[in-house]
Write a protein that binds this ligand. Structure first.
Ligand code: ADP
Ligand code: MG
Ligand code: ZN
Length: 485
């Protein structure tokens, strides 16, 4: 029997407000700041304190909800989710439960198999917990508690079990990340833990519409870990079902070093959170006028932008998707396009996502620190397009531009890189190279035709990399053919 995977995601995104969800402690980079430096009696859970809702966090939550096409509820209720854990000083987390901020949304994603709609069940506000660091070594065994993160606003986005492949999961999770970044409500910095996933995974016979028993994998902090964990579960559950054993409903963790899931608790041990409405907070009421104001202020969303890039610039879905994943990159690209004369936007996209991205990765440079202006980049592409320099020289010039911020024209003239297209000159180089390598020429003649590429390289080298490749190829083919006669 063939099985179909069924996947639903719960995504937690920290909201990049100035202060915490229910107190005035400032948000800090929790991976950098000294522990317990941004804590007050409210977020430390002291008795007798009262929470006050952060209006900005609500606004950010509404932004995301609207971007996901949700119905924003006029009134929603904060609830207490009771459990004891050392990183949760109050002994409960304030969250929304029965009455969330927003419901019934959707996100359309592009997958290799085409467009796919993933429904969003709910979007709700809550607060983050603190952070524990466990120390285990020969002599010592204890845990450190840092409450800097306790009370940071969190948005939880719960999907319907609408995903059926890793491509769906990738489209949805990266799509959501692009949205929160575009809206400016989350940095998208996965290494800092500002977006975390929980994946629910089950299998069912292909074609069935009944849901199978699911497991929930907690605390997945990267796209990679999430994808690995889901694939692992799909395989594990397939093996179980194929050998006639049932899948147990349970909560799993992901063991990164061993690349396996492991059981954290079974259905029988499931928490009873004893939810009840938070008595210290009134219902959260959002006026429709406010919601409409926020709706009107939404920027062009990543997918709309990607579609526009595809339609107006002729980009592929993959190229468009990469460019819109970061607002600065998309803006840079559009700026480059506005300066192009004969070069197509597609060519600019290929150079940007190829050459410039590779350089940004290697040098760990963010987009806003690229030294060359969009105009300079466009000028370089025009130099290649016009044939003044060849493609490879263009790449070398670009990398020097990225290092120094100099213009292409300047580098080309300083280094004498103008492309040579003179047929007689190139023909001469070709015959010179052929006569200098009689052994190789002989092998070529006796059937080792791949040597043509080697000869091409030799002539290009003799030309200092500046030969027009089309002319070179034509002259080389002509002379090689001649040598066979
Ligand atoms: P919980 O509160 O236990 O996490 P929810 O009802 O909120 O349960 O569901 C959490 C997630 O599990 C949702 O994203 C939902 O789409 C997903 N889900 C529910 N049933 C299944 C299933 N059978 N297979 C896969 N995912 C599922
Ligand atoms: Mg859950
Ligand atoms: Zn505080």
């Amino acid at each position: 029997m063939k099985y179909e995977p069924v996947i639903g995601l719960e995504i937690h995104a920290e909201l990049a407000t100035a202060t915490k969800m229910f107190c005035s402690c400032r948000l800090v980079d929790t991976t950098q700041a000294a522990p317990n430096t941004t804590v007050c009696p409210v977020c430390a859970g002291m008795p007798g304190t009262l929470p006050v809702v952060n209006r900005k966090a609500v606004e950010y939550g509404i932004k995301v909800a609207l971007a996901l096409d949700c119905e924003v509820q006029h009134s929603s209720i904060f609830a207490r989710k009771n459990y004891f854990y050392p990183d949760l000083p109050k002994g409960y987390q304030i969250s929304q439960y029965e009455y969330p901020l927003a419901t019934h949304g959707k996100l359309v994603v592009d997958t290799p198999k085409g467009e796919h709609t993933i429904h969003v069940t709910r979007v709700h506000l809550e607060e983050d917990t603190g952070k524990l660091t466990h120390i285990h070594n020969g002599k010592e065994d204890y845990s450190l508690v840092d409450l800097n993160r306790a009370g940071v606003p969190l948005l939880e986005i719960v999907s319907e079990p609408d995903m059926h492949s890793i491509e769906d999961v990738r489209g949805y999770s990266t799509g959501l990340r692009a949205i929160v970044r575009e809206l400016g409500v989350n940095s998208g910095d996965m290494e800092k833990g500002v977006i975390r996933f929980e994946a629910n995974v089950s299998l069912r016979p292909a074609g069935s519409s009944v849901l199978g028993t699911r497991v929930e994998i907690k605390n997945l902090n990267s796209f990679r870990a999430m994808e690995r964990a889901i694939l692992f579960e799909i395989e594990r559950q397939t093996r179980l079902l194929e050998s006639g054993k049932p899948v147990q409903q349970e909560t799993l963790g992901w063991d990164e070093p061993n690349q396996t899931t492991y059981s954290q608790r079974s259905k029988e041990e499931a928490h009873d959170y004893r939810y009840f409405p938070e008595p210290d907070l009134p219902p959260l009421v959002v006026e429709p006028e406010w919601v409409e104001q926020i709706r009107a202020s939404l920027p062009e969303l990543p997918r709309a932008k990607a579609l526009r890039f595809r339609n107006t610039f002729g980009l592929s879905p993959v190229e468009a998707g990469i460019l819109v994943s970061e607002r600065e990159i998309a803006n840079y690209f559009e700026d480059v396009v506005s300066h192009l004369k004969t070069v197509t936007p597609r060519t600019a996209a290929v150079w940007l996502t190829g050459e410039i991205f590779a350089w940004m990765n290697q040098t760990n440079t963010p987009c806003d620190q690229i030294k060359i202006t969009p105009k300079q980049f466009a000028d370089l592409l025009e130099e290649v397009q016009s044939g003044k320099i060849n493609q490879n020289t263009g790449k070398a010039v670009l990398s020097q531009m990225l290092e120094t911020g100099e213009s292409a024209a300047r580098i080309i003239s300083d280094r004498g890189l103008v492309q040579v297209s003179d047929t007689a000159f190139i023909a001469n180089l070709v015959s010179q190279v052929l006569s200098e390598h009689p052994a190789e020429l002989n092998s070529y003649k006796t059937g080792k035709l791949t040597l043509a590429n080697w000869f091409f390289g030799q002539v290009m080298k003799a030309a200092g990399g500046k030969a027009n490749p089309a002319v070179l190829r034509r002259e080389l083919e002509k002379q090689l053919k001649h040598s066979l006669e």
